[in-house]
Ligand binder design. Structure first.
Ligand SMILES: *Cc1c(COP(=O)(O)O)cnc(C)c1O
Length: 357
């Protein structure tokens, strides 16, 4: 066995997907499974599709190409508004593309014509999170660009919340999205198929039955992968949270003082760590660090272990309260958050192992 490794339980991903899909189906909402959190591992994409997702969405064309090469033929959506330099490939390979610039719409239309292939677009509207999207008063300008196109299909409008500024989805801001869709339809003269109402953070509105009528699509990553909703600050009660684990091997165990010896400056990453004097305590070092994952996003699975700190390649643990023995060669498991999962699957130093493929 080679560590560090990230393990992904395929069955758990499929079951979480199935639960999200059936919850949302009852409100007439389709789910697209978002794979960017696991660097688009094709087995994870397959699990999401097994769970009933309508398609797979990812923010990178590299990931979409990888999944296509693996043999996934279901619809694929590019989540990040396209780089002009990749629009040709979007036209050749994606089925749906989120988009926000009129220039990009025209470029994509031209490329679709050249590729003789139709790509659906979802026009992103900024409802206040201040990342991508047209401002609500730009509907006319955007509709004008869309009306000039012959080869793309304008599928609808969408929004992203809870990402850059942490603005939460609400009945108010998603109702605004629905009314913007109606405005678009009035200018374009045909009905829109899709109102894409956000990501994991929008699930809460579906759960409590307050999702505005008209929203019929969500793009879900975190809930399916981890069973959590970080922007809502909650564990999602009906989903499993043990589908993904990161494990690392112990390389040193020693009792040491809890206060550093000597004058202290900054740590290896420019932060000034603070310490509490808890006397001499048993510590363990595991061979994982910032080059492998985002240590702040790890929670030890076993009780009696807590994280003291990390550097590029070392993670130091307090194991004083661990009931049993621990020694070099033992493996410590962690539950990762979205950022830690994203970093681990991106790192060249972490092996991804799928359980149950
Ligand atoms: C990442 C992303 C999602 C999925 O977000 P989760 O919080 O993981 O569900 C949806 N839409 C867009 C545009 C994204 O970038």
């Amino acid at each position: 066995m080679k560590y560090p490794e990230i393990t992904i339980r395929k069955k758990t991903i499929a079951e979480n997907a199935e639960k999200v899909v059936s919850l949302c189906a009852a409100s007439g909402i389709d789910i697209w499974g978002v794979t960017k959190g696991v660097s688009a591992h094709p087995e994870v994409a397959s699990a999401m599709l097994e769970g009933g997702c309508a398609g797979i969405a990812d923010s990178r064309m590299d990931n979409i190409r990888k999944m296509r090469l693996f043999g996934i033929r279901e619809p694929m959506m590019l989540l990040r508004i396209p780089m002009p330099g990749e629009i040709r490939e979007v036209a050749a390979m994606a089925d749906v593309c989120l988009i926000s610039m009129p220039e990009s719409v025209l470029m994509l239309d031209k490329s679709c014509e050249e590729e003789q292939r139709e790509v659906g677009i979802i026009v992103m509207v900024d409802l206040g999170d201040l990342r991508e999207g047209i401002w609500p008063d730009e509907v006319g300008i955007m509709a004008e660009a869309v009306a000039k196109c012959r080869s793309i299909r304008c599928m609808g409008v969408g929004s992203n919340l809870g990402c850059l500024s942490g603005v939460l989805p609400t009945v108010t801001n998603l109702s605004l999205l629905v009314s913007i869709a109606r405005e678009f339809e009035a200018i374009l003269g045909y009905p829109l198929e899709v109102i894409s109402g956000g990501a994991t953070s929008s699930l809460l509105l579906v759960e409590d039955g307050s999702m505005p009528r008209g929203v019929n699509q969500l793009r879900i990553g975190e809930a399916i992968l981890l069973g959590t909703d970080v922007s809502g600050g909650r564990a999602i009660p009906y989903l499993a949270r043990d589908g993904i684990r990161i494990s690392a091997e112990v390389i040193e165990v020693r009792s040491k003082p809890s206060m550093p010896v000597g004058e202290t400056g900054s740590d290896a990453f420019g932060h000034k760590p603070v310490f509490e004097d808890r006397g001499v305590r048993r510590r363990a070092i595991v061979a994982i660090g910032r080059q492998d994952t985002r240590p702040e996003g790890l929670v030890p699975v076993d009780r009696g272990i807590s994280i003291i700190g990390s550097s590029s390649d070392h993670l130091t643990l307090d194991v004083e309260e661990l009931p049993g023995p621990i020694s070099p060669g033992d493996v410590v498991a962690f539950s990762p958050d979205y950022g830690a999962t994203l970093a681990a699957t991106t790192s060249a130093y972490v092996r991804t192992r799928i359980i149950g493929s």
